[in-house]
Design a protein. Sequence first.
Length: 361
Amino acid sequence: MLYFLSEFSEQFGALNVFRYLTFRTGGAVMTALLFAFLVGPSLIQWLKRKQREGQPIREDGPEGHLLTKKGTPTMGGIMILLGMGIATLLWADLTSGYIWAVLLVTLGYGAIGFADDFLKVTKRNTKGLPGKLKLLGQVGFSGAAALWIILLGEGDQATSLAVPFFKDLLVDMGWLYLPFAIFVMTGASNSVNLTDGLDGLAIVPVMIAASVFVLISYLVGNAVFANYLQIHHVPGAGELAVFCGAVVGAAIGFLWFNAPPAQVFMGDTGSLALGGSLGALAVVTKHEIVLAIVGGLFVLETVSVIVQVASFKLTGKRVFRMAPLHHHFEKKGWAEPTIVIRFWIIAVILAIVGLSTLKLR
Ligand code: 57M
């Protein structure tokens, strides 16, 4: 919205600053962060009042959770989504179709997660929405967004997959790209959802990935930089740097309240939305494989579940003491903060590897 102020830069030269992506991205970070700090405490109090006993804790989980997590309210994702939404609407160029496509996935997935959390809290069980219904909703929102993104794209590139390290390799998938894009968004969403099982465990890797995508969006959207780095130029993708800034700011603000011992959990309201937004960013910027690297921690957690369930079904034996992977280390006796901080370190290393794909071509 503030972007339109730059139209008056002829009369008031200072307003030209609203034209700059860097300035508006910084503004989005600060707006989302301040929103979380200002609204967080009262939102948590309100959630506590409404939820009384807080997040229903699974009986079959790590024993400690039943003691230490009881009474913690969920749906803290409301503060994340409100902060991100307000910051994006305030600082992004709202004529950008990419901004609205990514917001469609983010808020659509957030609504699915909210319904899931609401059922869990009101029915006092950990079932929530039936899995198939959640997936159907995710496919619906991501399908609409993917179609929109393809139509906004240019020529064959719109339905092509870029491969990191191979600058000239663009695999044109034709209309197969649509189900692929849906897979990226729903996969990223459910991976973040699975990962969000310890205080601070999901929100920091999300923040790290969003920070990487601030840079990727900016570079991919800038013809000069894209040409210099020999990455695929996606006109208009630069505006997503503002959205990524809003994610980073909201994530830092939420982390203040989710740091151990968490005062609030983000809930599926936050985890499904944040994962979906990362998937949508990867699709617009044609960095799907890079997202799998940068978000490798989410991939690792999901693969641990797939391996565990497959092994248990096929052989009756478990590969891990419990899946996802963070529970395995809990069962091994690692303290929760130890697991969380070591997983953060892995996320930082993977982000550096992901960033290296911009240069090594
Ligand atoms: C998402 N949800 C947390 C919180 C958060 C197939 C199977 C792997 C599915 C998986 C599952 O149910 N995943 C759901 C993980 C839950 O967190 C809530 O959910 C939101 C995210 N979606 O925002 O609202 C619990 O995680 C803890 N938590 C924190 N701090 C946080 O900041 O401590 C969350 C956020 C919260 C709280 O205790 O209640 C979760 O873990 O359910 N299932 C599992 O992960 C279960 N694993 C399992 O069943 N393993 C099996 C096989 C089937 C794979 C096995 O290994 O044999 C474990 N998870 C738990 N209890 N909590 C075991 C059962």
